[in-house]
Ligand binder design. Structure first.
Ligand code: FES
Ligand SMILES: [Fe+2]
Length: 459
């Protein structure tokens, strides 16, 4: 009788197979990794590293409010030429006016309300309306909160941890190529930093989110499933390789993460597996920086040149496509038809309900790095400082984000997936073997060994 009036699309309803009710219980996030505001264990951990917080050329003559790691700060220029940069707590020491309305001066920033002047290290230089012992005592004993700043290749970096633990400013090999053009960009994400970071250790999403489930957002060849391999080096450097068969060629694409939040990959558009390529390098050099628990921002350099992406993508829209496969400014309908990383990771909510995840073998890179982050957070609670990026030879931190395409056709009578796995591993092993070479010769030697591997075909 009911069938005459009511069209049911869920015939199993009566069989009790629906679990919506059972799974509607309050969900839990992985608080230990996700919460980074001041005073949290992960917050303490992430404050042990340098992070980019602004694009230099976007900082004009006026101060700018910046929110990073759950703190409200103000970035400002000072000095005769305005070429020095300071970063201080947003609210004035006196009665909490916002210093984003302050005046930038030679010696620091002056509060708009009663004119107190602060040096970039937070020292109270002047309290003009106060000529009292109280003011003298305050100037001697109290400082505005401030953080050290390094301006480097178009990005403003800061270190927000305890001064006695301040590490050396890290310079990666990606910064030394003379034939590369690098341009700073930023992309905000409305969700927790772990959600954004996960994607770099998830080469599988490139095949689905960026290829098969919409249209080829990057190069065409990415729609093939890759044979995955994951590596952990020095307890803070994680690599995920995806090795694909493209006709007669084998394409090894490598994503990387250096804890806590430095990431690189292969190219976005330059390589599709059809042309040989020997140690082509990352389309971006990028940091996933927590703004607060439910917001993040990616600061990065987009990289262009013969071993990187083509110069034609060196536009605002091109940087957005390199970052996430699509431009940012799209209609809700476009976002549904052609979702990009923003939709995938923001759709999980401000902080994902990790308890309801079901991690699979393809997620083992994610499981691996989260486990290590958790260990380092717990170690720090026990006063063991986390490792900083390693210089394993030469002056710069060596990275592996890349594409390599070798002409190695399938072998008669041999399982091609197993062959791909061996070639992928061999491509990585030959790079690990020259890890401690000096900066100039390492790339040349890697390329020589890759060509040798291709010519000898003995894997
Ligand atoms: S509130 Fe800043 S000087 Fe008074
Ligand atoms: Fe992605």
């Amino acid at each position: 009788m009911l069938d005459m009036y009511c069209k049911t699309t869920s015939p199993q309803a009566m069989a009790g197979s629906f679990r919506g009710y059972a799974q509607s219980q309050p969900a839990e996030s992985d608080e230990e990794l996700a919460r980074i505001c001041p005073g949290t264990p992960a917050g303490e951990y992430i404050r042990r590293f340098w992070h980019p917080v602004y694009i230099t050329e976007e900082l004009g003559e006026l101060p700018e409010a910046v929110r990073i790691l759950g703190e409200d700060l103000v970035l400002f220029r000072y000095g005769k030429e305005g070429d020095q940069i300071g970063l201080v707590h947003k609210h004035c020491l006196h009665r909490r006016a916002s210093l984003e309305y302050g005046k930038c001066e030679d010696r620091g920033i002056r509060c708009c309300y009663h004119g107190w002047l602060f040096a970039p290290d937070g020292e109270v230089l002047e309290t003009p309306a106060e000529n009292s012992k109280t003011a003298d005592t305050l100037r001697k004993n109290t400082r505005l909160g401030a953080y050290p700043v390094v301006e480097f290749r178009g990005l403003v970096f800061t270190y927000m941890g305890p001064p006695e633990q301040q590490p050396e400013f890290p310079v990666y090999d990606a910064c030394i190529y003379e034939d590369m053009t690098s341009v700073a960009y930023k992309v905000p994400y409305r969700c927790n930093w772990i959600q954004v970071l996960d994607a770099i250790m998830d080469p599988t999403h490139t095949t689905y989110l960026h290829s098969r489930n919409s249209h080829p957002q990057f190069s065409e060849g990415m729609k093939a499933d890759g044979v995955l391999n994951f590596y952990e080096r020095y307890e803070n450097h994680f690599l995920g390789s995806a090795t694909r068969r493209v006709g007669e060629n084998i394409w090894v694409r490598v994503n990387e993460l250096i804890l806590p939040n430095f990431t690189q990959a292969g190219s976005a558009f330059a390589v599709d597996g059809t042309q040989q390529c020997y140690f082509g390098r990352s389309c971006f050099t990028r940091w996933v920086v927590p703004v607060d628990d439910e917001n993040s921002v990616v600061y990065a350099w987009a990289n262009f040149g013969n071993r990187w992406d083509p110069h034609q993508f060196n536009t605002k829209e091109g940087h957005e496509m390199i970052e996430q496969g699509e431009i940012l400014d799209r209609t809700p309908q476009e976002k549904k038809r052609f979702p990009a990383d923003s939709e995938a990771v923001e759709g999980m909510g401000g902080i994902s309900t990790h308890k309801f995840e079901n991690l699979m073998p393809t997620d083992r890179g994610i499981a691996l790095y989260r486990k290590r982050v958790r260990k380092q957070i717990r170690d720090l609670v026990n006063h063991v400082e986390p490792p900083q990026p390693i210089k394993s030879g030469g002056s710069f931190i060596k990275t592996y984000g890349q594409d390599t395409v070798l002409t190695l056709p399938p072998r008669n009578g041999e399982d091609d997936q197993a062959y791909l796995a061996r070639v992928g591993a061999a491509v990585m092993d030959l790079q690990f073997a020259v890890e401690d070479w000096d900066d100039e010769n390492r790339d040349t030697e890697i390329i020589r060994r890759l060509k040798e591997l291709e010519a000898d075909d003995v894997v």
